[in-house]
Unconditional design. Sequence first.
Length: 419
Amino acid sequence: MTGTTHPTPSLQSVRALDWLNFFVANVQTGFGPFIASYLASHKWTQGEIGLALSVGTISAMVSQVPGGAAVDALRNKKAAAAWAIIAIILSAVLLASSPTVVPVMAAEVFHGFASCMLVPAMAALALALVGRQNLGDRLGRNARWASIGSAVAAGLMGLCGEYVSPRAVFWLTAALALPALVALAMIEYDKHANAPKPLKSSKAAQATPADDSRETILDLLRDKRMLTFAGCVVLFHLSNAAMLNLAAGEVTAGMGDNVQLVIAACIIVPQAIVALMSPWVGRTAQHWGRRPVLILGFSALPLRALLFAAVGNPYFLVPVQMLDGLSAAVFGVMLPLIAADVAGGKGRYNLCIGLFGLSAGIGATLSTALAGFVADHFGNTVSFLGLAAAGAAAVLMVWLVMPETRDALEDETVGDKTA
């Protein structure tokens, strides 16, 4: 099976992948702002919270590239996803066991390593089920189900945190991982679907030797499209990663009641936007190209940070989070789609996702650490202004430097028709 054929997945597999995205998003929601609120309620400072979150992002960062390469090498993508989900269950149990340094740091490390396997494994399953021509629509559908899962989980976790205890959020997180394993077991796919094919386009032939269709990591690192988008990813996460965590810590410190419910609402609102917009993002990126969609989504970052800096009432944070839905919908669909453009037909799809994940880890690590430090020493407003500056730089880089990557798929399609 080549990268441009049109697989016909079974209805069971399509729906199982929907539910897998739903339940995995359930689980990952527990590792977002709820951690910041949980630790803040146990007297952790913003700097200490930022350090703990950075441990997780560093763990993911150092394992992104080997994780992506491992998923490329494995025919059984389901096994990689299963082990990652089990590791995430262990992380949630560690967090629930004690809000002290050792369990929290261990949980962040396990979660960081697990996520670097889970993301490319799920992307590989999507590519194997539908092929590259239909990948944009499938990624949009993935993001829709994931956003619905995140919204449902945020509501459940907010209620648990408010009416049971903040610790109950992480027991719920572990429990929600179990149906994800059931959904994963129901997916059936062609294990040869991601095999590399001979390179036919003139551009690809210049990038890779004609007798070897599988790119090496050095080939990818010489690809301008990969390097430019990796820089955009760094700036995106430098602006985005710490934003809601910083706001969650501020809300926890400034509110007496309803803290967990406000945090849950800050997650639910953008996820509703993601659910509505993601299929449109996937379709539009197929027709308009990648750059116009990226500019739209990235532009929401600096605006959101400036509004966080200006808004004093914690309840106003919820409508501001609508902008997060726009940027999350675009980024969630575009990262694996651009990875498919760059390396999807050359046997290095998951390695490319791993390199983008490494870029995200660098940006997120700097974001949480620097934002926490600046907030502790200069105040939250200055920290939000710094995040806004990083977001503006991301927009400029997409606008002025980022090439259009959709052409790669069109070239390969033409090459297949003329071969």
